[in-house]
Write a protein that binds this ligand. Structure first.
Ligand SMILES: *Cc1c(COP(=O)(O)O)cnc(C)c1O
Length: 379
């Protein structure tokens, strides 16, 4: 058998994320049968710890869909938008557009309300759209990974509800890195994934389903099989998954969630993420010609987007800087390609992203930024 030639890069991208050695080793725990009582030993604590991280008690039921974040998002659309209804997707970037594309490609009557890259959702603009379109369902992105903007989930859900619509939230890149206070959020269903702020490999789309969403889904037709949240809920209440889970990932998840809740502590984990946002802000403030891309007050705690000085090109970021960082043992994120292409075409300053989610520590981040600074200064 040949030996792999894989580079052991530290991932500073925005997902998948760096995985701790002890979490990797938990993948060596015994495989198990998913309809056997051994299954419960993993999934009872997994579901309990997910609820703690979400801050939702019994108000929401966590479901685990084999797939990734977009699988849970697709399940929300298939299960919660009835055939004669309209969904309004609200987008502040590429992942907002993705929710729209999921709805449209499933044949839903969908409209996309787009805000400029780098902006958060403007409640006045959204309100006008709600009045005009009168949608039954509205989706939006909690933490927009293409721009580093975090939206005010509670305020947006509250506005959507004032117009009688049901809010669906994509929280893929923030869950596990910030307090989402789900019970007070107003979201009908909240979707996330394992490979971002939970610092696990990809493999599950995680959905938090409210009772109200469950009642509605019971009336919606043509939900398919894997996108039917009712089928998932039936299994979830038995602490099982609808289809065969990735048992390696389940073992890692059991370990990682227990470690987060009982060893690191939820509050400390959230504080660590906020601290890392501050580290990037401070670093950028000390760098000539660089600025934070997202407006103050809307900056993500799990990733940052940095505006480069005029004249820096996408080729330099994707080629020179990223490859130099690879030489230092890092996988760097040279910016969301579609965004940088648009910015470059418009003659505007480009951005790069710094993922600081999951199990990256302030020390690791400081070291990374120091190395990156030296490479940026060579441009
Ligand atoms: C990564 C991401 C997704 C897509 O998730 P997958 O797990 O790749 O399906 C969706 N929304 C946001 C905000 C993301 O960051």
């Amino acid at each position: 058998m040949s030996k792999p030639n894989f580079a052991p890069l530290k991932l500073f991208i925005t997902g998948p994320t760096y995985i701790r050695q002890d979490v990797k080793e938990a993948g060596l725990l015994p495989e198990f049968g998913h309809r056997d009582k051994e299954n419960d030993l993993r999934f009872v604590p997994i579901r309990e710890n997910l609820r703690k991280l979400a801050g939702c008690g019994d108000d929401y039921e966590p479901i685990l869909c084999l797939g990734s974040g977009s699988t849970a998002m697709e399940a929300s659309v298939r299960s919660l938008v009835a055939e004669d209804e309209t969904i309004l997707n609200v987008s502040v970037g590429s992942f907002g557009d993705m929710y729209y594309n999921i709805a449209a490609s499933n044949g839903k009557k969908a409209e996309n309300l787009k805000f400029d890259y780098g902006r958060a959702i403007d409640l006045n603009v959204l309100e006008d759209k709600l009045k005009e379109l009168k949608p039954q369902v509205v989706s939006f992105t909690h933490n927009e990974t293409s721009t580093g903007v975090v939206n005010d989930m509670k305020a947006i859900c509250s506005l959507i509800r004032r117009y009688g619509a049901m809010p669906l939230v994509d929280g893929v890149s923030i869950f596990g890195g910030a307090d989402i206070a789900l019970s007070e959020s107003g979201a009908a269903m909240y979707s996330t994934a394992t490979q971002k702020s939970l610092a696990l490999p990809a493999g599950f789309g995680i959905g938090f389903v409210s009772k109200e969403a469950e009642e509605k889904a019971a009336r919606v037709t043509n939900k398919g099989h894997h996108h039917d949240i009712i089928k998932h809920l039936d299994r979830a209440r038995k602490n099982q998954t609808l289809t065969t889970p990735n048992t390696t990932l389940v073992n890692m998840m059991w370990y990682q969630l227990d470690r987060i809740v009982n060893e690191e502590g939820i509050e400390r984990r959230f504080a660590r993420h906020a601290e890392m946002r501050g580290i990037v802000e401070k670093w950028v403030a000390g760098l000539d010609g660089f600025d934070m891309f997202a407006p103050e007050g809307y900056r993500s705690p799990t990733m940052s987007t940095v505006l480069c000085p005029e004249g820096v090109t996408a080729a330099q970021l994707k080629g020179t800087v990223k490859e130099a960082m690879r030489g230092h043992g890092y996988l760097m994120d040279p910016g969301y390609m579609k965004l940088n292409n648009q910015l470059e075409e418009a003659g505007r300053r480009l951005v790069f992203r710094v993922g600081h989610m999951g199990d990256i520590t302030p020390d690791m981040l400081t070291e990374y930024l120091g190395t990156l600074e030296a490479e940026l200064k060579k441009l």
